[in-house]
Structures are given as structure tokens and as C-alpha cells.
Write a protein that binds this ligand. Structure first.
Ligand code: H53
Length: 816
């Protein structure tokens, strides 16, 4: 762009900002105030995207192309403003415009609240996939719920997690476009009624229902500088007027308002559990609400194209079920096709199986979703009938193929009988889909070899793998501008669209000048983070220390406790002077615990208690620091990850389906200490064994140890340092005011069998950490390893993952 044009665009942007401050917000533009100008900028940027968005949506209709519906109960998009600005390629323009008003763009960006519409990995993955669908021009949409309250706001009080409300929509969000004219009626409860149609066939209809409206709220997801803008449609519950009128007519004003509030509760709050579902009625209501609204929208679009027959439905529509949360979709589509559209059961079932595909994200047995037959029968009586019929036909078929195998029927059935009758949502998703995928190679292998072995035998070829990915736009370009610039200066910027280009960096891994520039960037990022920590926590940390990060949901399988045991071990070595020379470290922990997960909450308290002891001990000096950063979220991850030297990916092998934080760290040049779990295995493969700190039992070892013979007490007795660390925890060294406070943690490791094998991996972990320190002392070696990590991360772009889904599962092509 030439200079005069650029000035012109800055001037027109400035005009727009002031116009929005005055006319959209009704505020005096003078003097320029940060909060007002932030919003003025948001609206001005939004204006510039809206045209592209409308154009993209129109192009779908014009080309009558097959579209993907990515259905997810969770999304974690992170802040939008910078994402939009960069997608439009107007960063410099924005910086200049706000600078002219005496403001700083980076400060304005901090005004934005994170939309916390998800818990963790699954929700963030969905948002990376939205970004890649837009950038790769895959025709499709994201669908979800617009929760009024996202994931709770975490504060730490006296070392404990406190949960506060995340009322992110308190002030209207400039990004949420309410579509008052897209409203659908959603039914619940009532009963299924049999009747005879005009041809004398028995049919069913769902009657005497209660209803609520679903209103569409849209959020734009732009591709990177390609003019393509994908729509994320989130549903909001609105009470039906009929519902209210009934009460009003009876003169019951309060009752009317109450029923309105109750029905609108559906989209009020996100359930704050990651991996383990809680079978509450409201949660099933959310799932069905979202599914029923989405399918009405899908059908509306399908009909708009005037199709004569539903046979071509799967040629127009691919539905991806993000975990089992939307799996009731399968019964809903059957209901629509059989009851409303009067198709035969067989035709309807064929359409379903050609339409759906399902991603499984976990093998933890407690995480597999089930709903009681009683609850589904009450809330969705017709769907329960349909589920029973799907099951009857399915088991009939299995029975014919494997006569006499009652055990097989029991293991495959949609209905589990052991704990009261429960519908197994994963089984419904598997049999109703054409493809089921795991999210990393090991995970997909476990699905086939263990969790769903019988299904894999039954349907050879149905199970596949798509290893997760992350978007390089947010996780390198936006989060780490200094590194992006350095990379760009030597290999150009093609990596932004094709991450495999990063491999060109390998040629510079041993170049002393490049190494120095690499180190300078990393140092700068560490300084920025140190400043942030000082501002947020009032804690001073030294950027010259090794930054060691464990940031993710707090869960026993993720083994924050193993890290804590290492910290205590180092602490004891420093105190006893038994360490010849130690590499000073700063340990960062961040992450939320599900409010009902008491053990995880106690782990947070322990991390903080250990931090307090270590940080306050003069014997430790600057050698070791422990910080727990409250309220981990996308924006915080963007600050932490570019400053990390070491990434902790230490889950018990076989338990982390994939992980995506592991990818973000390696992409930004952190080295990983990790187990052979999830995507760690594939990261190690590409970055090279020499550039990865590996320790711990393998998934097969874990399986064997779980089958019997594992004795954590014996390990405890025979390892002096481990014993000391555990004794300190259990006897109140870190909780003198309540000596037995942390007993439940030690009990889980000793008295209750150490299910997550923390003790089994302790010695190897501590030894590998010593190797980490040794490598860190050799800056040329460390920097080389760091560069090679970044250089080899091409595979983990979500663009690669999305193109695999598009080609192999959805059978859709990018728009040209
Ligand atoms: O999904 C991530 C994986 C990660 C896995 C996570 C996940 C949730 O965040 C929530 C529910 C669930 O079943 C799984 O734990 O390993 O990387 C995206 O696939």
C-alpha cells in the first residue's frame, strides 16, 4: 500500500472510531477514554469484516456446496479484536490510529474479556478448527450455545481456589450478532403418541410438550487475509410467549415471570467439568436444546436449495459430533426423518449413518457419558423410543452375525444395565456415524485395541485417527510477535498459511548469529512475563532462571503432584546443601479445578503452600520460585507460552488423549519433558529424540501395572528423597496450622494404590529433570534444541488436521 492510501485509511479508521464512540455508544469522544475507544475500535473493525462475512455466506448458497456442521458444546475462542485485525491485515493502521488519539493498541486489547465458553482442550480445539476452516475455506459452520456465564472466574484466597461468576455478557459484546429473526421452537417432556396415518400405518408423534425458543447469535470467524469468514452460530434460550400467556391469563404475573426465567436458564451457565461429565438434568436439556435448534437450521438450509428427496441430504450435510455431547442428534435426525418427513426407518438410518461422524476425546472410563433411561424417557420420550428401536435392530444384527455371544450383546448394547438402566452415548455415536476418530495416534490405537475393541471388530475401517492441531495464527503469530518476526526475517511468512515451511529454520539451528537472535527474543518474552507476574501477583521473578511451566486443568491424571514432588525434592537438596550446583528455576502452575473435584482443589492448595514455603525460605534465595497464576484462560496462555523454556507434559501414559498445550509450547521453542502419552509421542517423533526429555512408564506398562502387582508403598520405602517429600506433605510441613490437611493426597498415593502411577515414575522424572538442568547450562545446545522444536512442528497445524477431516471424513473440498 502506498503512503497516501495508508494515511487515508488511518484517517478513515479514526473517523469511524470516533463516530462509533459518539453514535453507537452515545459517549462524548473527548477526551479519548480507553474503554470507549476500545469499543469504538471493535465496531470499526467489525464493520470492515461484515461485508466479507455476508459475501462468504452468500457464496455457499451460490455454489450449492456440501457444508460441514461442527457441533460442539464448548468453544474457547480467546479475545477477538487482535484476531480480526490481523485477519484483515490492518495492525499497523490500527496502531497508528489509536496512537494519534494518545492511546496504545496493546493496552486497548487488554480491555477485552475472554469468552470462556469452554472448559479446556476440547473447547480450544474447536476454536482452532474454526480458524482453520475459515483459513482453508472449508464451507461450514460452528454450532454451540451462547452461555451467559462461561467457565468460572478463579481466584486464589489463602491458597485455595475460589469460584466467581464469569458474566462475560454483562456489557454487550460487540462480537455477538443477535439474530432475532432466526428463532426456533424447542420441545421437551410430554409423551409419544401412536396414531394411524392415512395409509393405515402406525406412526408416532411427540405431544403435550413444554417449549422454549432458541435464538441464533452469530460470531464471525475470519480466515487469515483471504476474505473468507466462517460463522459460529451460538444458541440462546428465550422463553416462548405462549408459555407466559397461559400464566398471565390466570392472573399469575409472578408465575409468568418465573417460568420465563426457568426456561431461559437453559443457556445460562456452562458446566465446569472437564473430561468427567455430571449427569444433571439441565445438562441434558442444554444438549437437546442445542441439537434441536441446530437441526432445524440445517433443515432450513437444506430446504432452501429445493431438494426433491432426502436421499441427497448426506451429499449436502456433514455433521461432526465433538465428543458425545451432541450425540442425541442421531435420535433427533431419526425423529425428524421418520416422524416429520415420513421416511422409512431403513432409509432414515442410512441417511443418518452417512451424515454423522464422531470424535472421541477421552478413554478415561469415568468420562464416558451416560444418561439414565428414566431421565431421557421423561424429557425426550420419543427419542428414548427411537434409541430403543436403534438398539433392538442393532443387537438383532449382531446376534445374527455372532450367534450365542450374549457377552458381546451386553458389551455392545446402547443400554448399560449394571447401574440402573443407562444409555451409553458413545455407543449411540459410534453406531450412528460412518467414521469415529481419536485425536492422536496412541489414543486412536487404544480406542481400537481396548475401549471399543468389539465395535472395531464389528465395523472394520470405521475407526480412524486425526491427530489434533493448533492454529499458527493465534499460537505463534499473535501470541509471539517477536519470534514471528525473527522467523519471517529468515524464511519469509509462508508458514502462516503452511506451517511445514518452518522446517526451513532447521538450517539455522547451529548458526551462532541466529542462535543469539533467538535467545534475545526468548529473553524479551521472559521479561515481559516477569513484568506481568509482578503486576498481577506482586511477586518478583528472575527472567534469567529456567521457566518451567505446568499449565492445564488440574486433574490427577495430569499429575501436577509429580511436579510438586520434584519441587520439594529440589527444595530439600538446596536446604541440605547436597546439590553441587543447581540451575535456578521458576515453576509456573496455572489451571482450574472442577468445583466439585475436591482432590484437585486440594492439589491447588498444596501447590500454593509449597510455593509459600519455598519462596519465603531465605536458604533458597533465587534458586527456586513457585508461582500459581490464577484464572488460567486463553489470553493468559498467550502470555505464558512464548516465555517458557520447559513444557511439562507428564500425564500417566495412555490417559491424555492428545493434549494441545504440548504443541503450543513446542511451536514457541520450549522443550518438553514428557511421557509417551497422547500427541507427545508424535511431537517427539518429529522434533527428534535428542530434542525431547522423555521419562516414565509406557501405556503398555501402565496397563500391566494396573492388572496387578504394583506396590507404591515399596517404592516409597526404598527411595529416601521421595519418602522425605511425602512425609513432609503428610505431617504438615507445608500446613503447620493444619498438619493433616494434605493427608488425602498422600493417602491416594500410598493407601489407595496410586492409580496414576506417580510413585512409579518419580525416580525417572527426577533424573530426567537433572538432564534438563544440565542441557540448560549449555546455551548453544539448548538453543539448538529449541530452534529444532519450532522448526519441526509443521505437522501440528490445525490446517493439516482440518484438511484431513475434510478429505477423509467430511468429503468436502475447499472453496476456490
Ligand atoms: O480434549 C482435548 C485433548 C485432551 C482431552 C480433552 C478433553 C476435554 O477437554 C474435555 C472432555 C474430553 O473428553 C476430553 O483431555 O487430551 O487434547 C482435545 O482433543
Amino acid at each position: 500500500m502506498t503512503a497516501p492510501e495508508s494515511n487515508q485509511s488511518v484517517e478513515s479508521l479514526k473517523d469511524d472510531i470516533q463516530r462509533h464512540v459518539a453514535l453507537t455508544l452515545g459517549s462524548d469522544p473527548f477526551p479519548p477514554r480507553k474503554e470507549r475507544y476500545y469499543l469504538g475500535l471493535c465496531y470499526s473493525v467489525r464493520d470492515r469484516l461484515l461485508g466479507q462475512w455476508l459475501e462468504t455466506q452468500r457464496s455457499y448458497y451460490d455454489s450449492i456446496t456440501k457444508r460441514v456442521y461442527y457441533m460442539s458444546l464448548e468453544f474457547l475462542p480467546g479475545r477477538f479484536l487482535m484476531n480480526y485485525i490481523q485477519a484483515l491485515g490492518m495492525e499497523e493502521e490500527c496502531r497508528e490510529a489509536v496512537r494519534d488519539f494518545g492511546l496504545d493498541l496493546d493496552e486497548l486489547l487488554e480491555e477485552e474479556w475472554n469468552p470462556g465458553l469452554g472448559n479446556g482442550g476440547l473447547g480450544r480445539l474447536a476454536s482452532c478448527y474454526m480458524d482453520s476452516m475459515a483459513t482453508c475455506k472449508i464451507p461450514g459452520y460452528g454450532y454451540g450455545i451462547l452461555y451467559d456465564y462461561g467457565i468460572f472466574y478463579q481466584t486464589i484466597v489463602n491458597g485455595y481456589q475460589h469460584e466467581g461468576c464469569d458474566n462475560w455478557l454483562r456489557q454487550d459484546s460487540p462480537w455477538v450478532l443477535r439474530r432475532g429473526h432466526f428463532m426456533f421452537l424447542i420441545n421437551f417432556y410430554g409423551r409419544s403418541e401412536a396414531y394411524e396415518d392415512s395409509a393405515g400405518h402406525e406412526r408416532f408423534r411427540w405431544v403435550d410438550t413444554e417449549s422454549v425458543m432458541a435464538m441464533a447469535c452469530d460470531i464471525m470467524v475470519p480466515g487469515h487475509q483471504n476474505g473468507h469468514v466462517t460463522n459460529m452460530r451460538l444458541w440462546k434460550a428465550i422463553s416462548t410467549r405462549d408459555f407466559e400467556l397461559e400464566h398471565f391469563n390466570r392472573g399469575d404475573y409472578i408465575g409468568a415471570v418465573q417460568s420465563k426465567v426457568e426456561s431461559e436458564n437453559i443457556s445460562k451457565v456452562l458446566y465446569p467439568n472437564d473430561t468427567s461429565p455430571r449427569g444433571k438434568e439441565l445438562r441434558l436439556r442444554q444438549q437437546y436444546f442445542f441439537v434441536a435448534a441446530t437441526f432445524q437450521d440445517i433443515l432450513r438450509r437444506f430446504r432452501k436449495n429445493n431438494y426433491s428427496s432426502f436421499d441427497c441430504f448426506p451429499d449436502q450435510v456433514a455433521v461432526q459430533l465433538n465428543d458425545t455431547h451432541p450425540a442425541i442428534s442421531i435420535a433427533e435426525l431419526m425423529r425428524i426423518l421418520v416422524d416429520d418427513e415420513a421416511l422409512t426407518w431403513e432409509t432414515a438410518w442410512t441417511i443418518c449413518q452417512k451424515t454423522f461422524s464422531y470424535t472421541n476425546h477421552t478413554v478415561l472410563p469415568e468420562a464416558l457419558e451416560t444418561w439414565s433411561v428414566e431421565l431421557i424417557g421423561r424429557m425426550l420420550p420419543r427419542h428414548l423410543q427411537i434409541i430403543f428401536e436403534i438398539n433392538r435392530r442393532f443387537l438383532d444384527d449382531v446376534g445374527k452375525r455372532f450367534p450365542g455371544r450374549v457377552d458381546l450383546l451386553r458389551s455392545l448394547s446402547l443400554i448399560a444395565e449394571d447401574d440402573g438402566k443407562q444409555v451409553r452415548m458413545a455407543h449411540l455415536a459410534i453406531i450412528g456415524s460412518h467414521t469415529v476418530n481419536g485425536v492422536a495416534e496412541l489414543h486412536s490405537k487404544i480406542l481400537k485395541a481396548r475401549l471399543f475393541k468389539d465395535f472395531d471388530n464389528l465395523y472394520p475401517g470405521k475407526f480412524t485417527n486425526v491427530t489434533n492441531g493448533i492454529t499458527p495464527r493465534r499460537w505463534l503469530m499473535q501470541a509471539n510477535p517477536a519470534l514471528s518476526e525473527l522467523i519471517g526475517s529468515v524464511i519469509g511468512n509462508e508458514w502462516i498459511h503452511d506451517l511445514s515451511h518452518l522446517s526451513e529454520l532447521a538450517a539455522y539451528a547451529d548458526d551462532p548469529e541466529f542462535q543469539q537472535r533467538w535467545q534475545e527474543v526468548r529473553k524479551r518474552n521472559k521479561k515481559l512475563l516477569a513484568r506481568y507476574v509482578l503486576r498481577k501477583l506482586g511477586v518478583g521473578i528472575n527472567p534469567a532462571t529456567l521457566f518451567d511451566m505446568h499449565i492445564k486443568r488440574i486433574h490427577e491424571y495430569k499429575r501436577q503432584i509429580l511436579n510438586v514432588l520434584h519441587v520439594i525434592t529440589i527444595y530439600n537438596r538446596i536446604r541440605s546443601g547436597s546439590v553441587a550446583h543447581h540451575v535456578p528455576r521458576t515453576l509456573f502452575f496455572a489451571g482450574k479445578a472442577a468445583p466439585g473435584y475436591l482432590q484437585a482443589k486440594l492439589i491447588i492448595k498444596l501447590i500454593n503452600a509449597v510455593g509459600q514455603a519455598v519462596n519465603g525460605d531465605p536458604a533458597v534465595g533465587n534458586e527456586l520460585r513457585v508461582v500459581f497464576l490464577p484464572n488460567y484462560c486463553v489470553s493468559q496462555a498467550e502470555k505464558l507460552i512464548p516465555a517458557a523454556d520447559l513444557s511439562e507434559q507428564i500425564s500417566t501414559a495412555g490417559m491424555e488423549a492428545s493434549g494441545t498445550g504440548n504443541m503450543k509450547f513446542a511451536l514457541n521453542g520450549a522443550l518438553t519433558i514428557g511421557t509417551l502419552d497422547g500427541a507427545n509421542i508424535e511431537i517427539r517423533e518429529v522434533v527428534g529424540e535428542d530434542n525431547f526429555f522423555l521419562f516414565g512408564h509406557t501405556e503398555e506398562d501402565v496397563h500391566r501395572l494396573h492388572s496387578g502387582g504394583y506396590d507404591p508403598v515399596q517404592i516409597y520405602e526404598s527411595n529416601i528423597e521421595l519418602k522425605k517429600a511425602l512425609d513432609m506433605i503428610s505431617t504438615g510441613f507445608f500446613s503447620p496450622e493444619a498438619p493433616s490437611l494434605f493427608r488425602p493426597i498422600v493417602d491416594s498415593l500410598l493407601a489407595h494404590g496410586d492409580y496414576y502411577l506417580v510413585l512409579a515414575d518419580y525416580a525417572k522424572y527426577v533424573a530426567e529433570q537433572a538432564r534438563v538442568s544440565k542441557c540448560y547450562e549449555d546455551p548453544a545446545l539448548w538453543t539448538r534444541m529449541s530452534i529444532l522444536n519450532t522448526a519441526n512442528m509443521g505437522k501440528f497445524s490445525s490446517d493439516r488436521a482440518i484438511m484431513e477431516y475434510a478429505r477423509n471424513i467430511w468429503k468436502v473440498s475447499p472453496l476456490t
